[in-house]
Design a protein. Structure first.
Length: 171
């Protein structure tokens, strides 16, 4: 599967990443909600994959949906495919846009471009996180996420409750 290569490894932003001023532009981040048919403990309810942020990093010890910063010249979909391979060791197919969230933390602003995905190769491994876990809707709502993830959790739950069908936010 060919993924367009970025021109550089710099994140897709014209902002100093250490600039925490209120006027600093948001960093673009591609986020994946990786959905699978339910596991043996979930009574066939669909599950999504979440990853535990490294304890010693920014927002450490909180759960997140996998993904990462866009590199210069990279589309969100290409960034997501690249990040899923780098962070989880898996190949995914991007199904469509689920939602978009803009949020400002004390350390900077982010624009999370969230896509529904399906696994097409590999088994997820915690290559860039402390752990990964498949969770059903109850597990998803119980997990401790950073502030920006609330709308993503709700969009993921809506998609999970609709099964593997159309994405709620897809055009």
């Amino acid at each position: 599967m060919g993924v367009p290569q970025a021109e550089s490894n710099k994140p897709e932003t014209d902002v100093d990443l250490d600039d925490t001023s209120v006027d600093a532009p948001a960093i673009r981040v591609a986020v994946g909600v990786l959905l699978r048919a339910g596991g043996p403990w979930s009574r066939d309810e669909p599950e999504v994959l979440i990853a535990l942020r490294p304890a010693d990093g920014v927002l450490g010890g909180l759960w997140e949906f996998p993904g990462g910063k866009l590199e210069r010249g990279e589309s969100p979909e290409a960034a997501l495919i690249r990040e899923m391979e780098e962070e989880l060791g898996v190949r995914v197919r991007v199904l469509g846009r689920l939602t978009e969230v803009q949020h400002r933390y004390d350390h900077g602003a982010v624009r999370l471009e969230v896509f529904g995905c399906e696994l097409v190769g590999g088994e997820p491994a915690a290559l860039a996180s402390d752990a990964v876990r498949w969770v059903d809707t109850a597990g998803l709502r119980a997990a401790d996420f950073p502030g920006a993830n609330g709308p993503i959790v709700e969009a993921a739950v809506a998609w999970m409750q609709g099964g593997l069908g159309a994405l709620p936010g897809a055009d």
